[in-house]
Ligand binder design. Structure first.
Ligand SMILES: [Zn+2]
Length: 219
């Protein structure tokens, strides 16, 4: 990257007490060691803060690895960086509540790319509306993305699957094809339709399927 590169943040801020997913607990953010309490460990005028966070994996803008869905799937620590960073990317903007295969007019161009779906639903983040009637991908959309070899799929909605469909076909198909998923993205309206790179790198935790990411685009 050089100084011609523009970075666009596509992540929500993780905030104490803010629920990402209805029914899952909000993060608890507190001091482990406060600045005041740290002073006795250091020289005069020197202090530090050590924070503590308690959260479920599905907090803020996060990435799902295959292990989220499948016990024998790759976990966060087993994902190659080449699947998470510096990915050539495209954005698809749609007003459809159910984003189906017909929305992908030239799937041949998606091979090896991060495919980001802009629904605009992130405008409801941190409201009760966010949890109700969200846009999602259909099973046939997931199949076409898998068949065409997409590298990663992201969405600015509450769930990439219809929460009414308890089979969760989109998670099942994409994660079954080792295609990571990023959910609860924001700010996708700032992106062009193509010609940028996408990054969404979670912490390298073993035996863990999902983790928050600082998702961003480089133009
Ligand atoms: Zn998910």
């Amino acid at each position: 990257m050089d100084n011609q590169t523009t970075l666009i943040d596509l992540s929500h801020t993780v905030v104490h007490g803010l629920v990402t997913y209805k029914g899952l607990p909000a993060p608890v953010i507190c001091d482990y060691l406060s600045r005041e309490a740290s002073r006795k460990h250091y020289a005069q005028g020197t202090e530090f803060h050590i924070g503590k966070i308690e959260m479920v994996a599905n907090t803020g803008t996060y990435l799902d690895s295959p292990f989220h869905r499948y016990a024998d799937g790759k976990d966060l620590s087993q994902l190659n960086l080449s699947k998470l960073a510096n990915l050539p990317a495209v954005k698809l903007r749609t007003d459809k509540p159910a984003v189906d295969a017909s929305c992908f007019r030239s799937p041949g161009d998606l091979r090896g790319k991060a495919v980001l779906i802009e629904t605009g639903w992130s405008r409801h983040w941190n409201t009760a509306q966010y949890f109700e009637g969200h846009p999602f991908l259909t099973e046939d959309a997931a199949r076409i993305l898998s068949d065409c070899g997409a590298a990663l799929v992201g969405i600015d909605s509450y769930n990439i699957d219809d929460v009414e469909d308890l089979r969760r076909p989109v998670h099942s198909i994409l994660l079954g094809s080792e295609i990571p998923i990023v959910e609860h993205m924001t700010n996708l309206s700032e992106l062009p339709d193509e010609g940028f790179k996408f990054f969404a790198v979670p912490v390298k935790v073993s035996g863990f399927g999902t983790f928050p990411v600082r998702a961003f685009a480089a133009l």
